[in-house]
Design a protein around this ligand. Structure first.
Ligand SMILES: [Zn+2]
Ligand SMILES: [Zn+2]
Length: 112
């Protein structure tokens, strides 16, 4: 029986998280500097943004989801038409993973 392999992933995760902290912070501030990703997508220009953690509130935030951040303005974050507003998909026909994809796309373009 392979009991040892069962025990490994947990400590590995912790090591990974510890080492990732600095890069993670740099990533987060770069992502935030894009401005609201939805406003950008709607061509409303660069709106000051806060970071939304993808899958926030779904009990999965213990994983290394600090990398899965999306910049959103106040309205598109916590407003009625925001990701926490409950009707985000009905409004925009997008979900938070679409926003994450847009964010990654912008970041990839930005670094060139
Ligand atoms: Zn916005
Ligand atoms: Zn949020």
């Amino acid at each position: 029986m392979n009991r040892r392999e069962h025990d490994l992933p947990i400590s590995k995760t912790f090591t990974f998280r510890g080492r990732a902290t600095v890069n993670q912070m740099a990533w987060k501030s770069k992502v935030a500097s894009l401005g609201c990703i939805l406003c950008r997508h709607l061509e409303l220009g660069e709106t000051p943004a806060n970071l939304h953690h993808v899958r926030d509130g779904q009990g999965l935030s213990q994983r290394s989801v600090d990398w899965l951040v999306v910049p959103l303005c106040k309205e598109h974050h916590q407003g009625k038409t925001g990701v926490h507003g409950g009707k985000f998909y009905q409004h925009w026909k997008m979900d938070e993973l679409d926003l994450l994809a847009l964010t990654i796309q912008e970041m990839a373009c930005k670094s060139h």
